[in-house]
Design a protein around this ligand. Structure first.
Ligand SMILES: Cc1cc2nc3c(=O)[nH]c(=O)nc-3n(C[C@H](O)[C@H](O)[C@H](O)COP(=O)(O)OP(=O)(O)OC[C@H]3O[C@@H](n4cnc5c(N)ncnc54)[C@H](O)[C@@H]3O)c2cc1C
Length: 466
């Protein structure tokens, strides 16, 4: 039974990777810590439950990573995907700290495994959690409990008492027990983005947001973020920017997870509901480009698109939960997709005619390209000509949003007047926009949560003792 009448040193709101890293780090620094997870125990851990890997810099190959991935290379990758929209000081700090996180996370009970073959070409840059995100979370929860961190589930925070940039208390709502005021010397906000709040998404995306599917937890509704911004915390990031991938249109509205994502774009073409191509499917290697396809589909009529390929590539990518829709002819496939058959035939005929000879190699930016069509397919362009013809219908799958709270290198929130908050820290998705102005490279979400979670916990504990 957690004693809610006491005043804790550190209150952590959230129950995912960032929250647990913060809680463990604060506890190890000697603080009393309470974690409030809004979800029931079974669903604890937010989007972290769905993860598989984390991107960390390292100077030499390790037992599970094939070669060095230097800080400079990580930085260049981040610059590329964000188009420079990142806070350089914070990003370089995160990248530097990521080296140490590889070991620190193991000290908290998490186990790594070698990269899964044939999935995302991440064997050098990303470490995979043995057993996936849920196993990782279970290890973090177990460690937190053993260290004496108090944890409450079904514990939604519905209000924050903040005065002049200083956190005083939080209003907790529980199904049994009702409302309680929880007091703590410091706050770590690790309650995710607002991706599961369709009404909030609609403010920026309009009615199109009704057609978005949310890949992760329904509990990340952005309530804590909204309260913090309303109570004087400086905001960072463009509210329309998010991590969004193309996922199967047949996926559930929430929590479909990784098995609904399609990695087959580079092996075929993508058309909209008018059976027209709209973007270069072969722009760059998949880990650097998969996260643009959600936005691209979101910009298409009715937020629907179709990945079209033929039988020669079926085993070239990771299979998903849903089987492809097949047709013996293009016209038959078009009929099943409810697309105009002659329009789809023309798109594929034009595409095939534009494909130039080349040597196909999906592991590099190969020389298989089109000529004379717009948009071009600049790599991995091969004719679609061997039946059965196959398709996946896709919709925007929102992973997480980037609008957040501005922080400094101590993970301390900055107020609108530029001054650091007296006792409020943030980690994870809720502050991801400091590093990710736009774009994404696989595995950075967990790096942000682990690095800034660890720092936030440590700094919050220090703050509480002073
Ligand atoms: C399908 C999928 C696959 C992914 N794969 C990867 C991957 O392999 N690698 C990677 O780096 N990233 C991946 N991501 C992104 C990654 O999940 C996030 O970047 C990361 O988990 C964020 O951690 P977090 O702790 O900030 O948020 P979360 O793990 O989402 O935790 C937020 C927590 O806050 C709680 N909460 C929300 N509101 C309240 C409230 N009012 N009161 C109390 N609690 C509240 C939620 O219940 C939840 O527990 C993936 C995401 C998805 C959806």
């Amino acid at each position: 039974m957690v004693d809610l009448t006491r005043r804790f040193d550190v209150l952590v709101i959230g129950g995912g990777n960032a929250a647990l890293c913060a809680a463990i780090s604060a506890r190890r620094a000697g603080a009393s810590v309470l974690v409030l997870e809004g979800a029931p125990k079974f669903y604890r851990g937010g989007n972290t439950r769905h993860t598989r890997n984390m991107r960390c810099a390292h100077d030499a190959a390790t037992e599970i990573l094939t070669g060095p991935y230097t800080e400079e290379e990580f930085w260049k990758d981040l610059l590329l995907v964000t188009g420079g929209q990142t806070d350089e000081e914070l990003a370089r700090f995160m990248i530097h700290e990521s080296k140490d996180i590889l070991n620190w996370i193991v000290e908290q009970g998490v186990r790594w495994q070698p990269s899964l073959g044939g999935t995302l070409s991440l064997g050098r840059t990303n470490s995979f959690f043995l057993g996936g995100g849920r196993a990782m979370l279970n290890a973090l929860y177990r460690t937190a409990e053993e260290l004496g961190v108090d944890i409450l589930y079904d514990a939604e925070v519905i209000d924050l008492n903040i005065e002049h940039g200083m956190f005083l208390s939080a209003q907790l709502k529980q199904p049994v027990g009702g409302r309680t005021e929880v007091r703590a010397s410091t706050l770590v906000a690790a309650a995710g983005g607002f991706e599961a709040n369709i009404e909030w998404l609609k403010q920026y995306w309009g009615e199109a947001a009704d057609n978005f599917l949310i890949r992760g937890t329904p509990y990340n509704r952005g309530a804590i973020l909204k309260m913090l911004l309303a109570k004087g915390v400086q905001e960072i990031g463009d509210p329309t920017q998010c991590h969004a991938v193309a996922i199967d249109a047949r996926a559930p509205k929430f929590d479909g997870g990784i098995i609904t994502r399609h990695d087959s774009v580079v092996f075929g073409i993508v058309v909209n509901k008018h059976a027209e191509r709209f973007y270069d499917e072969g722009e760059d290697i998949w880990p650097k480009r998969y996260a643009i396809w959600g936005r691209l589909v979101a910009a298409q009529p009715d937020q629907i698109a179709y990945i079209i390929f033929d039988s020669t590539v079926v085993t070239s990518f990771m299979p998903t939960l849903f089987p492809p829709i097949a047709g013996a002819t293009i016209a038959e496939l078009a009929g099943k997709l409810e697309l105009d058959a002659s329009a789809l035939e023309k798109t594929i005929t034009d595409f095939n005619a534009a494909v130039q000879p080349g040597t196909f190699d999906h592991t590099i930016l190969d020389d298989c390209a089109t000529q004379g069509i717009t948009p071009a397919k600049t790599h991995w362009a091969r004719k679609i000509e061997t039946p059965p013809y196959l398709a996946y219908p896709v919709r925007p799958g929102i992973t997480f949003t980037y609008l957040g709270t501005r922080v400094n290198k101590q993970s301390r929130m900055l107020m609108k007047d530029g001054k650091p908050s007296a006792n409020m820290f943030a980690a994870g998705e809720i502050m991801a926009g400091n590093v990710l102005g736009k774009g994404y490279a696989a595995g950075i979400g967990m790096t942000i949560g682990s690095v800034f979670g660890r720092v936030a916990g440590r700094e919050a504990a220090k703050n509480a003792r002073n």
